[in-house]
Each structure stands twice: as C-alpha cells, then as structure tokens.
Design a protein around this ligand. Structure first.
Ligand SMILES: [Zn+2]
Length: 414
C-alpha cells in the first residue's frame, strides 16, 4: 500500500507558533488498515473516511514520529486533522514558525507517511496554504510564484519528493535571480546582502562552467532566514530549497567568509545539487559524496587560494578518523535518519578525492559534467552512476565503489 496523493491545507498563525492541517491521503487502492507516521511535533485530533469518523490508536513512538494505527477503514482515502506547535529548529527535519518567518520542510518527519524514513517517498499533492495577510509562500520549482496574489491557493500536481514542499516567508523579502536560480534575502545591511549575492553569483557561475548550463525546468531557491537572538540555528537544505540563518551569514561576513581558517561558500553546496543529486538524481549517499567533493574543488577554483583543497580534505580526514573510533559503517548502508554526516559527506568526498589522484581533477569533473549532460532529469542507481563514470573515465570502478561505499574503514587506494 502506497500513498498516491496528499490533499493538504495548512493554516499558519506565526504569532502563536501554530499551524492546523487537514490532510486527505489517497491510497493506491482500498485500504483495510494502515499505520501512519506523523511527526512528533504534530498532534492528531481527528480522522475520518467517507463513511464517517474513524478511531485510531498510537502504536509506537519513534525518535521523530509517532505511529497511528487505523483499522477497518475499507476506504481508498483517509482525512486527518492535526495541529502543530513549532518554534524550534531540529536539524534535518525542519518546521519552524517565527513571528517574522515561517519555514516548513522535511515533510517526512512531520506529515503522515507510511514509512518512518520516508524523505524520498514520492506522491502527488495539492497544497493550500493560508497565511496572514501580506505574507507569501515561497516554493521551489516555481519562479512565477512571486506573481501569485497573496494568500492564494497553491496547487502542485507533479510527483514530488516529500522534502520539497514549501517555505513560507515574510513579505519584506527581496528576490535576486541568477539564471534559473533564486536567492531570497530579508532586509539585511547592504554589505551583508552584497556579500551573499556575490557568493551566490560565484556559485552559480562556477557550476555552469563545470557541469554545463542548467537545463530549463531545474531550479533552486536559496533563502537567508532570520533566526532570532541567541539562536544556534544556522541553516539546512531540503531538495530544491536551502536556508542559511542570518546569524551564520553575519558570522561569515565578520570573519571574511572563513570557518576554522578555511574560506567557505554558503551557497555552493546546494547550488551544486541543482546539477548533482537533483539535476541528475541518485542515491543520497552518492549525491552527497560527489557534491561534497565538488564543493571543495570548486571552492578552491573560486577563491584560488594555495592549498585550500588539500587543507579541506586533511580536515575531513581528521574528522572522519575521529568518528571511526566511535562508529564505522559503510556509507551505502546508512539511512537519512542515521547519523550519516561523517560517512556520506566526509568519507564520500574523500573517496572522490582518492579517485582524482588516479584520473586527475579535470577528467573527474568532466565525467560529472557528462553525467549531468547525459542523464539530467533521471534517477540513476549506484550501478548506473558507476557505468556512466566508467565510460567517461575509461576505467573500471567496481572495486572503487565497493571499497568506498560498501566497506567500513578508511584506506585511500591511490
Ligand atoms: Zn547536500
């Protein structure tokens, strides 16, 4: 049994940090009974089918979700009414409602799904968002949304990853376009805004230069979001959307865009994803491995600083080795809900740094360009990515993938 469609309406009240949701879930057939995960920050109030109100019980509580059981449904759809009280940032799955900014994302951890780890579930959805007057919805993949009247219904009928749902932002935001990409900035001091736009511009240009121009229909939206006094919240990414906290950006500006002594772009990683990971879709551990590798080498390319790439990879290696003392798992075996950073991003990028030693950086980047040019708009599994790279590099890579993605430990091959 799958969820085919969500017909979701959200009413958001920023001043009170609450939202109310009414979500009609349509299943792939007539459903007798089903267990649905609902994020722990939502509370289910009521459930019904065409036949009337239906009882439910809580059967499990996981780290992120509570499992509700529905029995004797005998229906192909189920309507759920739930509400949520959000004022905190919780890393991967994000639903924050500030007085001056609302962000909803990471649907899998919050909205009814069949799988707990369902960030990559796909379904069609229609969405209606009700916001206070003069607020507007910011959504990915939809440049025209700026022209939509305020408070308007938004409907999306395409198959979407559930992570790509929406962001709602305050009305005083300004949009800046760079090719297909949008950067949304709140009222920032002029030098801070200028600095962010420059970073964004560099990121889009270096990606286009490296992987080729972005195909039409592929978009990314980046947003700088207010985070509030004393906040540790710095940002996150969800599919076509990414967010940087204004405090993180202020820090970057105050420190010449250096973190731990290393020059860093705030826009580059997510911008690369428009080509790698979203432009051409693939298992997430691979998407992050390639993207993180490209982030380092393209940061190096933008800033032209001696040794920047080598210093990044040395730092990654040190952090990975520290993690390995505690925990060591093959990157491909981890789920989104696991603690995966060291394995997908650090070990993953070091894998491609290792491959670079064998084939050279230009050839490796050219192979990623081929990957995008030949396969954009499609999903490739690991074998298909391997075959594509083997063709571009004229090199067998089975051992490479087994060694880096399916084995534990850290041991460069080259
Ligand atoms: Zn990423």
């Amino acid at each position: 049994m799958n969820i085919e469609n969500h017909d979701l309406s959200l009413c958001i009240t920023p001043d009170e940090h609450v939202f109310q949701a009414k979500d009609t879930v349509r299943f792939s057939g007539v459903c007798e009974s089903v267990d649905l995960h609902l994020g722990n920050r939502c509370t289910l109030q009521k459930a019904y089918t065409k036949n009337g109100e239906t009882p439910f019980e809580v059967v499990h509580t996981h780290r992120h979700t509570t499992v509700y059981r529905f029995q004797n449904l005998n229906s192909d759809s189920l309507t759920l009414e739930y509400d949520g009280l959000f004022d905190r940032f919780k890393g991967y799955g994000v639903c924050t409602i500030h007085k001056h900014c609302v962000e909803l994302s990471g649907f899998g951890f919050f909205f009814p799904t069949i799988e707990e780890n369902s960030q990559f579930e796909r379904f069609t959805y229609s969405l209606e968002v009700s916001l206070p007057k003069s607020w507007r919805v910011v959504a990915p993949d939809d440049r025209d949304i700026q022209d939509v009247p305020l408070n308007e219904r938004r409907f999306h009928y395409q198959k979407h990853k559930i992570e790509d749902i929406l962001i709602c932002a305050a009305p005083d935001y300004q949009r800046h376009y760079r090719k297909n990409m949008t950067m949304i900035l709140p009222n920032l001091e002029a030098p801070v805004a200028k600095s962010m736009l420059k970073d964004f511009e560099h990121s889009v240009d270096v990606c286009a230069e490296t992987f080729g121009e972005l195909r039409s229909g592929m978009t990314t939206t980046g947003i700088v979001s207010p985070r509030g006094e004393g906040s540790q919240e710095w940002g996150y990414e969800r599919g076509h959307l990414w967010v940087i906290g204004d405090l993180f950006l202020q820090y970057a500006c105050a420190h010449e865009w250096r973190f731990g002594g290393l020059k860093k772009s705030l826009a580059l990683h997510e911008t690369i994803h428009s080509w790698i990971g979203i432009g051409v879709s693939m298992p997430i551990y691979l998407a992050e491995a390639i993207t993180q590798y490209c982030e380092v080498v393209l940061t190096h390319k933008i800033y032209q600083e001696d040794d920047l790439d080598r210093r990044y990879f040395a730092w990654y290696e040190k952090r990975l080795l520290e993690t390995l003392k505690e925990k060591d798992l093959p990157p491909a075996s981890l789920k989104v809900t696991d603690d995966h950073y060291a394995f997908w991003y650090l070990k993953g990028s070091l894998a491609f740094y290792d491959l670079e030693k064998r084939v050279g950086r230009d050839s490796l980047l050219a192979a990623f360009k081929d990957l995008y040019q030949n396969h954009h708009g499609t999903f490739l599994d690991e074998d298909a990515v391997r075959v594509a790279l083997e063709r571009s590099l004229d090199l067998p890579l089975k051992d490479f993938f087994n060694h880096w993605m399916h084995s534990t430990g850290y041991e460069p091959l080259h």
